[in-house]
Write a protein that binds this ligand. Structure first.
Ligand code: AMP
Length: 143
């Protein structure tokens, strides 16, 4: 199964913020969209960074709530690992496992075209496992 299948089903909309937005604004975006990370847009359709709830928790723990007034650019991760629509879900799982993160933006020709979260991966792996189990039951029943 490919990344294309997931973004084909869930859509290509990605919630973004800009690097000049405040952390407080980003927190409100995370809460209103019920998501765990936002892609930081570069203003030209590409990816400048990613900001996850973990980044925010880490910096509030270290520096206090004053961090909420800082710009996203100060807390975001700039070395973003991305994937392509033709990659497999297994490829993306490998990226998440090795990088210890739960979000992978999908990029094509330097433009953001989707995002895969660990929730999407789990959902599709479960559907795949159920499909295989059913196929096995059908095979046994016809034997
Ligand atoms: P997450 O598990 O996705 O909430 O993120 C954990 C940490 O990894 C945070 O510091 C994020 O900024 C960072 N991060 C999340 N996704 C990526 C990614 N695709 N590439 C690089 N870093 C990431």
């Amino acid at each position: 199964m490919t990344v294309q299948k997931i973004i084909g089903e869930k859509g290509q909309d990605v919630t973004t913020v800009t690097s000049n937005d405040t952390i407080e604004a980003a927190v409100k975006t995370l809460e209103s969209h019920k998501i765990g990370a936002v892609v930081v847009s570069d203003g030209a359709g590409g990816v400048a960074g990613i900001l996850s709830e973990r980044d925010i928790v880490k910096w509030i723990a270290r520096q206090g709530a004053e961090v909420l007034n800082h710009p996203v650019s100060e807390l975001m991760t700039t070395e973003v690992v991305t994937c392509r629509r033709e990659d497999t879900i297994a490829d993306v799982m490998g990226l998440m496992t090795r990088g210890k993160f739960r979000h992978v933006p999908v990029v094509e020709e330097a433009k953001l075209i989707g995002i895969i979260s660990i929730g999407d991966v789990v959902k599709h792996r479960l559907a795949e496992a159920e499909f295989e189990a059913q196929a096995m039951r059908d095979y046994i029943a016809t034997g």
